[in-house]
Ligand binder design. Structure first.
Ligand SMILES: Cc1cc2nc3c(=O)[nH]c(=O)nc-3n(C[C@H](O)[C@H](O)[C@H](O)COP(=O)(O)O)c2cc1C
Length: 512
């Protein structure tokens, strides 16, 4: 049994066609679309309609843009779609198809050019009512639009609202006029800001390839429907958010005494600082989490050789399937330790004095490719990056941990950065607070994941990879893959038996 989950789609485009109360028209139209073919046709129509509105507003007669802009503002706001609105509509449709309740608002309705906020209470209420927000907007100079920026400020300046956003889900779509126009930088900056406000972040699903969200390529008004791949990535965010919201809002809980399994992965260390601090933290978390530590910084981890058969074969999750074996490389012996966790805490220590730093950071990230391509083995794990540094602000690792690990289909929380001073133990108060929240999220997400009727069916789609001759035995691979999926399901079911307190039982207990 699930609570209804609510996803609020937010447009951050200055060219929004749907505004005011007429916004409801968008939801009604989306509700009437039955399949993908109809959706794509509708997006094409709406894009063309938006262009027609533009032409009629004065572009056809060559009127000055200010006049066109004023004329567009006078329209009822119940038809047409700007580029980022269309991408958002596709994502919302996909989430709705998956059973999520959707809403929509346009930031241009709320944030005026003067800097004033129109109907702030309404905006606040809409945010509070949602379980997740999906922000879609244009790329402006490789970053989000000032409308999106205003939303970040609006939440940040209202302490109660900010606190309420803690643990809600964030996903995004960006649309740029150029193919590599900054769609990804926009997504990453926004994600970082939203995580700093307490949101959990996800990218999109594996139907395209796991990215940071929807990335669309459309410049002129009314052209988005030509970017089918971009629309697919956008639908991927809608589905991904719906899927994670479903897990987060399950009624089931972990059994009493069952704690989330948290793996601290020491990827870069200096003088054992990372290991010692991870030990301190695991002691403090002992009451709420089952923690283990894997110190990779002291091991030999060779770099990925970029083979074209990753993973080497289809097999059970327990089987190590990277092409690199032996010759001092430690990963094969560590493989088991990387499995069956609910949360990952990647830990790095960065010092100005690089001679003291021992790092396997990048080699390890590269080597996790077989886990990702092995049907996203780390899917839906919570990731809570932790960095120790004597020069905060210059250390990029907290961001790099996010951008690499979100590609494993994880749910990422705000990184904790602990400043290393001249002497004494570093202050872990904030890191501990953040880890506590992340552990609570992991408990909810794990319960939802275990309660889901079918096993996680994410499948890695090798977009852009040429498969080698070794992989041409399709039938055999298919059978092996089926065995792997069945085993994963069986394992989840066994785990659910052991760890899950199913809601109906709890209801019965309560009525007894
Ligand atoms: C001020 C400004 C800056 C822009 N900067 C970029 C950019 O850095 N990269 C890019 O690909 N497109 C850029 N664009 C183009 C828009 O992202 C693009 O037209 C997008 O489709 C607009 O979406 P919309 O129709 O939903 O508003 C810029 C547009 C404006 C007005």
């Amino acid at each position: 049994m699930n609570h209804p989950r609510r996803l609020l789609g937010i447009t951050a485009s200055l060219r929004s066609a749907r505004r005011g109360v007429a916004e409801e028209s968008l939801l009604t139209e989306l509700a009437s679309i039955e399949n993908l073919e109809q959706l794509l046709e509708w997006i094409g129509q709406q894009s063309r309609m938006h262009l027609e509105q533009f032409l009629e507003a004065g572009r056809r007669e060559g009127k000055p843009f200010e006049e066109i802009y004023r004329n567009l503002q006078k329209l009822p706001g119940n038809k047409g779609l700007s580029n980022s609105e269309a991408a958002l509509a596709a994502a919302l449709w996909a989430a709705r198809q998956d059973g999520t309740a959707i809403g929509h608002l346009s930031l241009s309705d709320h944030f005026k050019v003067s800097g004033k906020v129109r109907e702030p209470d309404l905006l606040r209420r809409r945010l509070l009512e949602s379980d997740g927000i999906l922000l879609s907007g244009p790329v402006y100079f490789g970053d989000r639009s000032s409308l999106a920026e205003s939303l970040v400020d609006f939440i940040a300046r209202d302490e109660t609202l900010r606190q309420s956003m803690e643990g809600r889900l964030f996903g995004a779509i960006s649309v740029g006029a150029k193919r590599n126009g900054g769609q990804e930088t926009t997504l990453i900056y926004q994600m970082l800001d939203m995580m700093a406000l307490g949101f959990l972040a996800v990218g999109n699903d594996s139907d395209t390839t796991a990215q940071y969200g929807g990335t669309c390529h459309a410049g002129d008004v009314g052209t988005i429907h030509k970017d089918r791949y971009g629309i697919d990535t956008s639908m991927g965010v809608g589905r991904r958010m719906s899927h994670v919201l479903d897990y987060l809002h399950h009624d089931h809980r972990l059994k009493a005494g069952e704690a989330p399994r948290v793996l601290f992965l020491i990827l870069q260390d200096a003088d054992g600082i990372g290991l010692a601090q991870a030990e301190r933290l695991t002691t403090r978390l002992a009451g709420i989490a089952a923690c283990s530590i894997l110190d990779l910084s002291s091991r030999e981890i060779h770099r990925c050789i970029a083979c074209d058969i990753c993973p080497t074969h289809v097999d059970l999750d327990e089987i190590y399937r990277c092409i690199i074996h032996g010759r001092g490389d430690a990963l094969e012996s560590l493989h088991e330790g990387l499995l069956h966790h609910d949360m990952l805490v990647p830990v790095t220590v960065t010092l100005r004095d690089r001679s003291r730093v021992r790092s396997n950071y990048q080699s390890f990230m590269e080597r996790t490719r077989y886990l990702r391509r092995g049907d996203y083995l780390w899917s839906d794990l919570v990731v809570a990056p932790l960095s120790f540094t004597d020069h905060p602000g210059e250390d990029l690792l907290p961001v790099r941990m996010i951008t690499s690990l979100i590609r494993h289909h994880t749910v990422v929380t705000h990184p904790s950065v602990v400043t290393l001073g001249a002497g004494g133990e570093p202050d872990l108060t904030l890191a501990l607070q953040r880890l506590n929240l992340a552990v609570r999220t992991a408990a909810r997400l794990t319960a939802g994941r275990l309660a889901a009727t079918s096993a996680n069916n994410l499948r890695y789609n090798p977009v852009g990879y040429i498969l080698s001759a070794h992989k041409s035995l399709e039938d055999e691979r298919h059978a092996l893959r089926q065995r792997m999926v069945d085993e994963r399901k069986a394992q989840l079911q066994r785990e659910a038996e052991r760890r899950l307190d199913r809601a109906p039982d709890r209801d019965q207990d309560a009525s007894a």
